[in-house]
Design a protein around this ligand. Structure first.
Ligand code: F3S
Length: 396
């Protein structure tokens, strides 16, 4: 890799041990993936925040670093609502460690808002063509596909290293040649809402880590694209996709449809809903919405559906603290029903999920990860199905 004089000095330790470690991580990745140089980034989004996933070893690693990040950097969801962790059933021991992790990042100048949808936050916008170092898989997919920015799927340490150096290695999705579609996916029915999560759940399994070009019968909105990308990033390893005539790169470029074409039929989408429908409703069940974190539109939709109800099962609605505090009337309507608007965390990275036996979700990503990462059963439905499942004692 070609290094500038300044980068060489950083590598030789002239700017301290933290920056030396950080550039070593970036160079190691660059050398593995054949990068020619480091390129400046506009922002970083750092995974590896929940104490559940990084444990004491992660906390120690972050605490040993010093200095400040050089570009805007923000955190992925933590393991609990940082203010209402007791209401979630998180233990004081876990909460203490979680707060220590947040403080360690804060010391490095990282913005400690914890969300997988940083693109909803004012002042953290990514634009078409921007080079980024983001790490949460749904955020990576959204940035690459829906915004047209450029990021690899960074690990927590490499995203933090990129933030400290202000650069990342120039390989993978930073390069034009790796952004072309390599497989077509044709969907034979019209879709709406959570169908996009179901489609992503199915497509990810067939597509793996390739770049799919979708041919859809109708045009999805931003939240539907978010759900599609999140699910594909979990059931497969898709970090970039295009939708013919919809996503920005597919609008600018007439892509040659790849030879391989995967066809997805309506019956397959329906099967995702049917799958585990038999997972019995049980007392120890929770309904969890907001994977990825809800937008204001999604919060408004949930509030409309819950208005005037008193639900009988526990329900979390996950979003960022910033979206929640910008729409207090929506939060209040949702919480009057008995549901909890959970900020800073989610159903997958919080240990509180393990207090339940069954989780109903409207997200293809959560459907993949809840059984594997939280060890409880998951079933899938639309937002409307989920709210119906929660019950309404006013109806009795
Ligand atoms: Fe976000 Fe958690 Fe889902 S990090 S994408 S809400 S698994």
């Amino acid at each position: 890799m070609h290094l500038t004089k300044e980068e060489e000095k950083t590598l030789n330790g002239e700017y301290g041990e933290t920056l030396q470690k950080a550039i070593e991580i970036l160079m190691a990745l660059g050398n593995i993936f054949g990068a020619d140089s480091l390129i400046p980034i506009k922002s970083a989004q750092i995974a590896g925040v929940s104490y559940k996933t990084i444990g004491d070893a992660g906390l120690e690693w972050i605490s040993d670093l010093s200095g400040k990040v050089k570009v805007p950097a923000i955190l992925n969801p933590a393991g609990m609502d940082l203010k209402r962790w007791q209401d979630m059933g998180v233990s004081p021991k876990f909460a203490k460690k979680q707060h220590e992790i947040i403080k360690a990042y804060e010391k490095l100048g990282v913005d400690t808002k914890c969300t997988c949808t940083p693109y909803y936050l004012e002042g953290f916008t990514a634009r078409y063509g921007d080079h980024l170092a983001w790490s949460e898989s749904s955020a990576v997919s959204y940035a690459n596909s829906v915004i047209g920015a450029r990021t690899n799927r960074e690990g927590g340490p490499s995203a933090l290293s990129a933030a400290l150096i202000g650069k990342t290695a120039n390989y993978g999705y930073h390069l034009d040649e790796n952004r072309k579609p390599t497989v077509s996916v044709t969907v034979e029915c019209e879709l709406s809402g959570s169908n996009y999560g179901a489609l992503g759940y199915l497509a990810g399994m067939s597509v793996g880590n390739r770049v799919p070009l979708f041919f859809l019968k109708n045009e999805p909105c931003g939240d539907e694209l978010k759900a599609l990308g999140a699910a594909m990033a979990a059931s497969g390893a898709v970090a970039l996709y295009h939708v013919d005539n919809v996503t920005p790169e597919a609008r600018k470029t007439v892509f040659e449809p790849p030879d391989e074409n995967i066809v997805i039929e309506e019956s397959q989408i329906k099967e995702v809903y049917e799958n585990r429908k038999d997972a019995m409703s049980c007392e120890n069940e929770i309904i969890a919405l907001g994977c990825p974190h809800c937008s204001s539109d999604e919060l408004a939709h949930i509030a409309r559906l819950l208005k005037g109800k008193t639900i009988e099962k526990e329900m979390w609605v996950c979003t960022s603290r910033e979206v929640a505090s910008s729409y207090p009337h929506l939060v209040s309507t949702i919480e009057k029903s008995g549901a909890m608007v959970v900020c800073d965390t989610c159903m997958v990275v919080s240990p509180a999920s393990e207090n339940y036996k069954l989780m109903m979700v409207d997200s293809g990503k959560a459907l993949t990860y809840v059984p594997s990462m939280c060890r409880l059963e998951a079933k899938f439905g639309s937002i409307e199905d989920c709210i119906k499942e929660a019950g309404d004692s006013n109806k009795d």
